[in-house]
Design a protein around this ligand. Structure first.
Ligand code: SF4
Length: 358
């Protein structure tokens, strides 16, 4: 059984682990990124590498000593460095003595043969296509359940009566989804988990601000990389709506661009007609859409040195002016501290309160 690992991206490892095991792999679950992960990544990655690259390298350096043979990751298309990073990781890990290989899942609609070849490598049980389809269907449903529950916490947390209660319940119910295996169990676990979250005592009359979160995909999806900004905002009475979830991102990169993606592109068009790579154009388009939907503010999360988000940042100044919506940008790297972030968030919430008036 090949020993396989993959990047830690929020709670998605729960679905991905199930899928990899079903296909016949032994999974080394990546730990949640910590200070140690970052230190390892920073020590061995080139200094100019983007922040997600350092975190991912640190994660691999934590799992490789457990005998990992294969790392499964996604590729990148468009004018940005993302497409090269899997090879960079492989070279660094090999130079450190780890005999690992990397399987890069490229978008099947662009590279169908590469994708099939990767699936074959990850299928040591030699399951039929039909059996693989069933495994993917269950993993996909689990991923949807995880995304749906996370979205629910974004609504409940700013209204909770006891600080921290939503997060406590969320941590507990995630295990229910984790243990669910059949399609029926997954659906049932999601339903029970949502009900449990709804039981968190809430103050429906509380003044809540709505803030859209845009930016680069990894720092949006992995809370450890953004210092749990969504949770911090929830505790300040802010309901966040994140522009990217893993199910949406996977869907848009697998088969065809959906209506949502095209809407975001259209919204960005007057400001940015070109593909920047990464999620720069999406950051602009989603900010326009959040503004039109009447949100009180937008927060952009960008890895330090991320070119697409740096370009988007300059354009967002104009979007902010045109639509009268405050936009706050965080450039994240290993030096970013939580205390400084909280101070800026508090000032941002104050700003939204003043703009709203009595
Ligand atoms: S999108 Fe930004 S952070 Fe991601 S690889 Fe490209 S430049 Fe780096």
């Amino acid at each position: 059984m090949p020993r396989v690992t993959f990047p830690h991206v929020g709670e998605s490892y729960r679905a991905f682990k199930m899928l990899m095991e079903d296909l016949g792999n032994e999974v080394i679950v990546p730990p949640r990124p910590s200070r140690r992960t970052l230190d390892l990544g920073v020590r061995h990655a080139p200094e100019f590498a983007c922040f997600p690259v350092k975190i991912l390298l640190g994660t691999y350096l934590e799992t490789c000593p457990q005998g990992v043979e294969l790392i499964v990751t996604t590729g990148g298309v468009g004018p940005c460095r993302a497409g090269h990073y899997a090879q960079l990781h492989k070279k660094i890990l090999r130079s450190l003595g780890y005999a690992v290989d990397v399987v890069v899942l490229e978008p099947p609609r662009l590279y169908p043969l590469d994708f099939l070849h990767s699936v074959r490598r990850l299928n040591p049980h030699r399951l039929s296509f039909r059996a693989i389809y069933e495994c993917v269907r269950r993993a996909w449903r689990k991923l949807q359940a995880l995304d749906n529950l996370e979205k629910l916490t974004h609504k409940i947390r700013p209204r909770e009566l006891r600080a921290g209660e939503t997060t406590r319940v969320y941590r507990r119910v995630l295990e229910w989804v984790d243990r669910a295996y059949t399609m029926r169990e997954i659906v049932e676990a999601e339903r029970a988990a949502a009900e449990e979250l709804q039981k968190v005592p809430q103050d429906p009359a509380r003044e809540v601000f709505k803030v859209g979160i845009v930016g680069e995909v990894y720092v949006l999806l992995e809370p450890a990389s953004n210092l749990e900004i969504e949770e911090a905002l929830g505790h300040m009475g802010v309901e966040v709506e994140r522009s990217i979830f893993l199910t949406g991102w996977t869907r848009d990169n697998t088969w065809a661009e959906t209506h949502e993606v095209l809407t975001v592109k259209d919204a960005a068009l007057p400001y940015l007609p070109e593909l920047l790579g990464g999620h720069g154009r999406d950051s602009v388009g989603n900010t326009v859409i959040f503004a039109k939907r009447g949100f009180h503010g937008v927060i952009q999360l960008a890895p330090f040195t991320c070119i697409p988000e740096i370009v988007a940042r300059t354009i967002l100044t104009r979007v902010s002016r045109d639509f009268g919506i405050p936009v706050l940008t965080f450039f994240l790297d290993e030096q970013t501290g939580k205390a400084g972030m909280i101070t800026r968030l508090e000032a941002f919430v104050d700003l939204m309160r003043r703009r709203k008036g009595p």
